[in-house]
Ligand binder design. Structure first.
Ligand code: BEZ
Length: 211
């Protein structure tokens, strides 16, 4: 069954390149990003894991722990890691789950048989500190993900979790936010002391509340 927004992220135990984990325990009170890739020793995946390692500090600043998964075993992951490090000029600094029994792939519905019977597609699950799934994304094997977009989405998820705002198209951290429709303009003026600009009765902007 597919995982929907608001569902509790399934818990599991797994071997990883940084030792065994129990997923919920590993997440602790942090946000998390679990992402799958089709297979070890493949070109797009090599760039994606390297990019994530390079950006790990950015994820950490946002309180997000990152973890990758594919249906290869631990010996394969461990053989592949030096390639990722060499190609991307980075030390691998986050765990890759070994899921040769397809336990995680099954729990998170990461195998889409009409795309590939055997390999996971490029799924992303962003999980909040309450262990609920806040975002899902699915890319085909042939398209590498944009990790700056994932960081941008996390900014939006974290902002909208704290304040009664939404974020407009192409929003980025620091831009004006949108007052959620359930708040009247009169109440919004009281709630957002930095100001409220009414473009339409249903489209009201306010400066980002946490800046
Ligand atoms: C890759 O991960 O590089 C890849 C996998 C399947 C098709 C194309 C690229």
């Amino acid at each position: 069954m597919s995982i929907r927004l608001g569902d509790i992220a399934p818990d599991f135990k797994a071997e990883t390149t940084q030792g065994p984990i129990s997923f919920h325990e590993w997440l602790g009170d942090s946000w998390g990003m679990l992402f799958s890739h089709p297979a070890d020793f493949t070109p797009v995946c090599t760039t994606e894991l390297g990019k994530t390692a390079l950006l790990k500090g950015e994820f950490e600043k946002k309180g997000v722990k990152v973890i990758a998964v594919s249906v290869d075993d631990l010996a394969s992951h461990n053989k592949w890691v030096p390639d990722i490090e060499e190609v991307n000029g980075v030390k691998m600094n986050f765990p890759i789950i070994a899921d040769s029994e397809k336990v995680v792939a099954g729990l998170y519905d990461m195998i889409h048989p009409n795309a590939s019977e055997k390999a996971t597609v490029r799924s992303v699950f962003i999980i909040g500190p309450d262990k609920k799934v806040k975002l899902t994304l699915t890319y085909p094997a042939s398209t590498g993900r944009n990790f700056q977009e994932l960081l941008r989405v996390i900014d939006s998820l974290q902002l909208t979790a704290e304040y009664s705002v939404a974020t407009p198209a192409d929003w980025k951290d620091g831009d004006d936010a949108i007052v959620v429709p359930s708040i009247s303009t009169a109440d919004a003026i009281l709630k957002f002391p930095k100001g409220v600009k009414e473009v339409k009765p249903y489209l009201r902007y306010t400066p980002q509340p946490n800046k």
